[in-house]
Design a protein around this ligand. Structure first.
Ligand SMILES: [Fe+2]
Length: 185
């Protein structure tokens, strides 16, 4: 127990000393993956409990998935819910393995290159070598490997200009694909 507390203190000190205090801003979105055909049910379940409003829905054709987003007033985090549209979709394979659940928590950051550099130096592992997306597209993102204790991914996300989405049609495939090898996706 004592060693856990000192491990936690060490982790907090390391993060602070590395400058991450100023770089990681806030929780941006919480992403669920649910069974094929259950996205709308999941949205209803959550909307029954909290006055969420549907924000946007995207079809990710290349990944055979649909993603909806819910917003509580104008607050963050946005709730993102994805379902597979075919048995062999990455999303459906994930749910077959783990059940419907939270897949990742995404944190908005100021300088994603710097964040990733700091974390790589600390030994943090990501699902891709490179950051996905570009300034021109309005968004850059990367996924860590899942936590051992709760098996969800942490995403770092940086937006540019007036882009307010959670991925772009061109980078969502790379992002989803990056988790496939984990049997994780
Ligand atoms: Fe995300």
């Amino acid at each position: 127990m004592i060693s856990n507390i000192s491990d936690l203190k060490r982790a907090k000190d390391e993060v602070k000393n590395a400058g991450l205090d100023d770089l990681v801003i806030k929780l941006d979105h919480v992403a669920y993956r649910v069974k094929m055909g259950q996205r709308e049910k999941a949205m209803k379940e959550i909307a029954d409990l909290v006055p969420y409003k549907e924000y946007k829905t995207f079809k990710v054709i290349s990944m055979r998935a649909t993603t909806s987003t819910l917003k509580l007033h104008d607050t963050l985090p946005v709730i993102v819910i994805s379902e597979g549209l075919a048995e062999d979709s990455i999303v459906e394979n994930y749910v077959k393995k783990y059940g419907g659940r939270i897949h990742h928590l995404a944190y908005l950051v100021r300088d994603i290159e710097k964040v990733v550099e700091i974390q790589k130096n600390k030994g943090v592992k990501f699902t891709t070598e490179d950051i996905i997306g570009s300034k021109e597209e309005g968004i850059k993102q990367i996924f860590t490997l899942p936590t051992e204790t709760a098996n969800h991914i942490i995403e770092y996300i940086q937006r540019f200009g007036d882009f307010d989405g959670f991925f772009t049609p061109s980078n969502i495939s790379a992002l989803m694909k990056s988790t496939e090898k984990l049997g994780e996706a």
